[in-house]
Ligand binder design. Structure first.
Ligand code: SF4
Length: 489
């Protein structure tokens, strides 16, 4: 579907996409963003390629906006990039573009919420793509409604867009800085005006954002949620955008300012555990390397006896390799993933909900039969899927199953852009590690300690990462049970 800045309303209303029946068991990332400044190049193509590398961060909708200096035009729709751009890449001319892949938490999965979104202010149009979640969205929005602001979407992203577009400040840095000081929470943004590409990261740096330079031209730049997207357009990694930084790219070059400083950074540690691609580098740290070290820590703390180590694919693979190297146990493939079971997979009605795991994962009996198995996974959310995976492995003939999790027990929900279960559904919020072990039906269960996690992400003093979903409130006896009773049974 094509939009232009004169016509921000869809030309043909569309019904919300039908909900996929298959429900992944993991927490889900909210979004990925990508921006390109490259006069003389096909920026829509570059943006498409960059977003393609970020598809794991959001699969509900996708969009690309391009400016030629006079207009901003957009193609966006529900589904994967390949659904939205069925006939290939978008054919839009311009010198700069921003793009977005979305998984919704705030605002719901409806057509008007697809990003990039736009507003028309005193100084022209602004397009915005957002990764993260505001924690004071409702309060700020109610105040804005009383002041006469209008909203076309139900997202928290439009709050920032309207504040920026409605600002009377004389320059773009001040408009953005003054606007974003009114909101709290997590946001990495790419913005597009008629003459500039802009990147912004919130003062705590919850969500990642990095800068790259395209080869062959000193004034061709890209901004991306993860460095793997720079690789997809052969851009050279330049640096991460700093927490609280605004970076503006236009015909005058590139300039940077800091609109707000925060003493401590709070980069989401779950990016390293699960969300980000292992081939990305976030804030100077290889995701692959941090996952490998998580596996090494698990092996150092493992007290049992085993014959082989296997991962739950894909996100358990790197930690399982680290476990194998540290322990000397052979790494084997014990589960094969059907890569065609995704969010668009519709389960036949006669197949039970339990069977969804078996549609996605199938055991390798040759490797499992008669073996004492260490099973590595990145996290346990509700525990239902983990129990089904353990059952699969036992039915394939494994003699013992020792489960090792490359994160601490998840005891809290996330307010910063991750779609989490409600707290009472988090198994570690309501059960001890021993109770979880019994629920999963494993011979032993080990979680990575917070100390091990922080060492794995090179942050032993915990100065740079958010660990809120592992917090234990001492006043809440149920929440603290798993933590009090230790991470291993
Ligand atoms: S609460 Fe957990 S998932 Fe949310 S930002 Fe913090 S570390 Fe990431």
């Amino acid at each position: 579907m094509i939009f232009s800045h004169q016509n921000a309303v869809p030309q043909k209303p569309q019904a919300p996409i039908a909900r996929a029946v298959y429900q992944p068991h993991r927490w889900r990332e909210e979004c990925g963003v990508f921006g390109v400044w490259a006069p003389g190049r096909n920026v829509a193509d570059l943006c498409y390629l960059g977003l393609f590398a970020l598809q794991h961060r959001g699969q509900e909708s996708a969009g690309i906006s391009v400016t030629n200096g006079f207009h901003i035009d957009t193609v966006k729709g529900m589904g994967l990039l390949t659904d939205v751009f069925r006939s290939g890449r978008p054919v839009l001319d311009g010198h700069a573009a921003v793009g977005h892949v979305r998984y919704s938490t705030h605002g719901g999965s409806i057509h008007v919420n697809i990003q990039p979104i736009f507003a028309n202010g005193a100084h022209g149009f602004v397009g915005l793509a957002h990764n993260g979640n505001l924690t004071n969205a409702e309060v700020v929005k109610q105040n804005m409604l009383r002041e006469g602001y209008l909203f076309q979407t139900t997202t928290d992203s439009e709050i920032m867009l309207n504040l920026i577009a409605g600002s009377g400040a004389p320059d773009v840095e001040t408009k953005i800085g003054e606007s974003l000081k009114q909101v709290a929470g997590a946001f990495s943004l790419v913005l597009l005006t008629a003459d500039s590409l802009i990147g912004v990261r919130d003062p705590k740096g919850y969500r990642p954002l990095c800068l790259g330079r395209l080869p062959g031209s000193p004034d061709a730049w890209v901004l991306a949620s993860e460095s793997c997207a720079l690789d997809s357009v052969r851009a050279e990694f330049v640096r991460d955008i700093e927490a609280g930084e605004i970076i503006i790219i236009n015909r005058d070059g590139i300039r940077s300012s800091v609109y707000e400083r925060s003493e401590n950074r709070s980069g989401c540690v779950f990016e390293h555990i699960y969300f980000a691609r292992p081939d990305s580098v976030l804030d100077g740290l290889s995701v692959w390397e941090s996952r490998f070290r998580m596996g090494r820590h698990l092996a150092k703390d493992f007290k049992g006896q085993a014959d082989i180590v296997i991962p739950v694919p894909d996100t358990g693979i790197t930690a399982a390799l680290g476990f194998s190297e540290e322990s000397g146990l052979p790494y084997k493939e014990g589960l094969i993933k059907n890569r065609y079971v995704g969010r668009s997979f519709i389960m036949p009605q006669q197949i039970s909900r339990e069977a969804t795991v078996e549609m996605k994962l199938n055991p390798v009996r040759f490797n499992l039969a008669g073996q004492r198995v260490v099973l590595i996974d990145d996290s346990i959310v509700r525990g239902t899927t983990s129990a089904r995976i353990v059952s699969l492995i036992r039915r394939a003939g494994a003699k013992e199953v020792h489960m090792c999790i490359s994160s601490p027990p998840i005891t809290q929900t996330c307010h910063y852009g991750i779609d989490t279960s409600i707290r009472k559904e988090l198994i570690a919020a309501v059960k001890t590690v021993e109770e979880i072990r019994q629920t999963l039906g494993v011979d032993s269960l080990s979680y990575l300690s917070k100390t091990g996690l922080l060492e794995a992400v090179n942050d032993p003093g915990n100065l740079n990462h958010c660990l809120e979903c592992f917090w234990v409130k001492n006043t809440d006896s149920k929440t603290s049970r798993a933590e009090k009773l230790g991470n291993h049974v």
